[in-house]
Ligand binder design. Structure first.
Ligand SMILES: Cc1ncc(COP(=O)(O)O)c(C=O)c1O
Length: 294
């Protein structure tokens, strides 16, 4: 299964590391999304952010750091245990350091917790922006359409990927990449999302919803979304996955995490083998390395 020799690690075969592109805030797809979300916040004159995620959320880490840097008030509605949040490092440490106001909620109370935070901020005189968890909104999708388009300009014809693999959660990153590939004229590029938590049906819905958020027709899209590499669910892993992550780090220097990019890498190896995929295969590293350092 963990047959790394399958990948020659030559040229384009495995990595696009977004951390090179927007290193502030410790990189990853949530930074790229928030760059665009921040633009919307500033354009609309809002001065506070309300958003949500788990205690090791990459999105919440970025929201908190962006808010601190741009002097915006930030309220995070986190699900998970307060005790472990206070104890953990990685994203949790940066959220604490950034001075975001943290409130805890059970998963089923997140919506009401977000609504309450919006009301509280308004009554304190703020003009808050409601940001869906994961940066799952129009700006998040557009960020990826633009990014994909930018990136396509630096790729020679012979290296255009036939397949792109990435970790997929809410679906907005995958949707942006799909739409950007179309805009770039990469008609033969298949985009494969490896689910980090959702089942196939819900995952595909998220991607189609994201396509419509960008005002695009969401019919007739070929959506590749796999829920075979969940390892028990969001945030769960097993020895086999951890072993692959270690092997990749030691043999290539590429650091993956067990919540996102490790699952995507594992899925990529299995799918390439199972379906005998050929041509240029790109692994799109969406970041999340701090999840390894909790
Ligand atoms: C490192 C990393 N990769 C991938 C994803 C999935 O992104 P999306 O929600 O846009 O599908 C996330 C979302 O939390 C993430 O933090």
């Amino acid at each position: 299964m963990n047959d790394l020799s399958l990948f020659q690690f030559r040229k384009f075969e495995y990595l696009l590391n977004e951390n090179d592109l927007w290193l502030p805030y410790y990189g990853g797809n949530k930074v790229r999304k928030f760059q665009k979300i921040l633009q919307d916040i500033e354009d609309s004159g809002k001065n506070a952010i309300v958003t949500t995620g788990g205690i090791q959320s990459n999105h919440c880490r970025v929201a908190a750091l962006v808010a601190s840097r741009h002097k915006l008030k930030c309220v995070l509605i986190l699900h998970g245990s307060e005790e472990s949040f206070q104890r953990q490092k990685g994203n949790a440490l940066l959220m604490r350091m950034a001075g975001a106001e943290i409130r805890f909620a059970e998963p089923e109370q997140i919506g009401s917790g977000m609504d309450q935070a919006m009301k509280d901020l308004e009554s304190d005189g703020f003009d808050p922006c409601y940001v869906y968890g994961g940066g799952h909104n129009r700006a998040g999708v557009e960020a990826y359409i633009e990014y994909m388009y930018e990136m396509s300009k630096s790729i020679p014809e012979s290296q255009i990927p036939d397949h792109i693999f990435l970790a997929s959660g809410t679906g907005s990153t995958q949707a942006g990449i799909l739409l950007g590939a179309k805009e770039a004229g990469w008609d033969h590029t298949a985009v494969h999302g490896i689910s980090v938590g959702r089942n196939k049906k819900r995952g595909k819905e998220g991607i189609l919803e994201s396509i419509s958020m960008a005002d695009q027709d969401n019919l007739n899209w070929d959506i590749n979304f796999y829920d075979d590499y969940l390892f028990g669910g969001y945030g769960k892993s097993n020895e086999e996955l951890l072993q692959l992550i270690d092997d990749v780090a030691l043999k290539t220097g590429v650091i993956l995490d067990a919540c996102y990019s490790g699952k995507a890498f594992f899925g990529m190896i299995d799918i390439v083998k199972k379906f005998n995929l050929e041509g240029n295969i790109m692994f799109w590293h969406t970041g999340g390395i701090l999840n390894r350092m909790a």
